[in-house]
Design a protein around this ligand. Structure first.
Ligand code: RB5
Length: 147
């Protein structure tokens, strides 16, 4: 585990299975711990089931950050954002990834295997990992979401 103590809950549906494995390999190569909540093969399955597994892992307090991969990232994002305390984002570039952390303290990164090449997906992931929440006025606004 890295010294900043972050480990990741990760899941995908069949449409995000290959990219999820690349993301997992990348995180493990950087010495992050990753818990894979499925799916474990390419058989057709339902993204809400897997999104909820990662949401529950965060809401239970076991994990602080999650990554969800499907064909577009969109179904995962919509599902995860139904839950109070979850701020799931589906950035299409590094700018969105950085601002989603700096201003919105995003806690789930959604990626679309059909929409992003591996290189861009990993660049987005790296930016998301290395960005820091700026707090202050942004915290007040986040509190307002859940009020
Ligand atoms: C599955 O066919 C596909 O709908 C799913 O992976 C995702 O793209 C949904 O948002």
């Amino acid at each position: 585990m890295k010294s900043d103590n972050i480990n990741f809950a990760i899941a995908s549906d069949h449409g995000g299975f290959d990219l999820k494995n690349k993301v997992k390999e990348y995180l493990q190569s950087k010495n992050y711990e990753v818990k894979d909540f499925g799916t474990y093969d390419k058989n057709s399955c339902d993204y809400p089931y897997y999104a909820k597994k990662v949401v529950n892992a965060l809401l239970s307090g076991e994990f602080k950050k999650g990554i969800l991969v499907c064909g577009t990232g969109i179904g995962m994002q919509i599902t995860a954002n139904r839950y109070k305390g979850i701020r799931a984002v589906c950035p299409s570039n590094s700018f969105y990834a950085r601002l989603s952390v700096e201003h919105n303290n995003s806690n789930i990164l959604c990626l679309g295997q059909r929409a992003l090449g591996e290189g861009l997906a990993i660049e987005i992931l790296e930016t998301w990992l290395n960005s820091k929440f700026q707090g202050e006025r942004h915290q007040k606004r986040i509190d307002m979401i859940d009020e």
